[in-house]
Design a protein around this ligand. Sequence first.
Ligand SMILES: Nc1ncnc2c1ncn2[C@@H]1O[C@H](COP(=O)(O)OP(=O)(O)OP(=O)(O)O)[C@@H](O)[C@H]1O
Ligand SMILES: [Mg+2]
Length: 409
Amino acid sequence: MLQISKGGHVSNELAIEGAERLVSVATLANRTASVLEKLRDSARSARADERREPTFTITKAAELVGRTAAAIRDAEKDGRLPEPARTDNNRRERYTLAQLNDMRGVFGTRPYRSPEDPCCVVAVQNFKGGVGKSTVAVHLAQYLAIRGYRVALVDCDSQASATTLFGYVPDLDLDEDDTLYPFLREGERSSLDYALRKTHFDGLELIPANLRLFQSEYELAARMARESGALLDRLREGINSIADRFDVIVMDPPPALGAISLSVLRAANALVVPVPPTVMDFSSTAAFLSMLDETIEQLAERDLAPELQFLRFVASKVDENKSMQKELLNLMRTLFGHAMLRTPLKDSAEIDNATARLMTVYELDGPATSSSVRNRCLAYLDGVNAEIEVDIRSMWPSHQKRLRQEALA
Ligand SMILES: Nc1ncnc2c1ncn2[C@@H]1O[C@H](COP(=O)(O)OP(=O)(O)OP(=O)(O)O)[C@@H](O)[C@H]1O
Ligand SMILES: [Mg+2]
């Protein structure tokens, strides 16, 4: 059992607030775990098997499906769509995402890519921790699912933030065989199909993570030291094994430059890089870019260069009340030019509060704060995601004509 003394050196006891009050690390771990348990119990409705799918009014459904509310009512009257469920006072129940997807089938408005178009494999990556990678990745995946795309979200981080946002307690509800781990271990599996699981967002599947995935980091590194760098292609092979079923695969990597992060870079054909406009995050991003450049060169030497279809920076956790952030944001816009998304993802109490309930803003039907805060937050999230959606569709020849028509509309 690890125990550390007050002075910081390792001994058999950890001193807190004086030498008499000695607490072992194991005791602290147990206490923390039990507090966590209580927090989870209080958010019990948020567990994976009890999650409610998001629902939509007929007006919102019409907008998302690409037809008018009258067209939906007509289809319900003439039997092309089922009669809508009614509340006790005879009001139309809100529609679920699964119902929206049925409507898209009836109206012929599914936005799927054609089988000839490449699946978009987008990694939300920055080697810096806490910049908003998981927040952006999960909200992007859910946004795309709401718009009717077939989406997979791959949690590549053993800290499992994305997995948690789907209602799982990663180390309680999941074991290592539910994660990428068996696939990354040599030869155990030939496809990642086993790890995909449905979520409460129709059309969105998740490959979850838990702490055991960290083991892969060591194993891959150890084997890479012995064998060739082709191991970095293992994750790419896994992604390719499921790619035909999806329009978009979103990857949420860990905040470090390790074997998994490198494998994610190799598997991705698009990158979204969240950067909060603070000096610390900005300087880490400079380091990320030079490491990215170095990595791409090293991969190229081994004929493993990632083929990026787009690279976009998103200003994340932006607080424009802070003058320094405003300055840095302007600097980033000048520096990154078109590679920077126009919409900043501002710091929002709505995201904070939703996360505290282990939920997302798209999943909640109402505000976790107030309507005005929620609406502003949705405007940033939708703005960021809509820009990325255009980048994704630009990868697909079958969408070119429609994209041009929409730009003219
Ligand atoms: N726009 C935002 N507004 C408010 N809070 C945010 C925003 N973006 C992220 N956060 C919060 O910041 C924290 C870190 O975000 P997140 O987990 O998405 O970062 P990350 O880059 O994935 O971190 P890690 O490197 O640990 O994987 C979370 O508590 C999240 O709720
Ligand atoms: Mg994360």
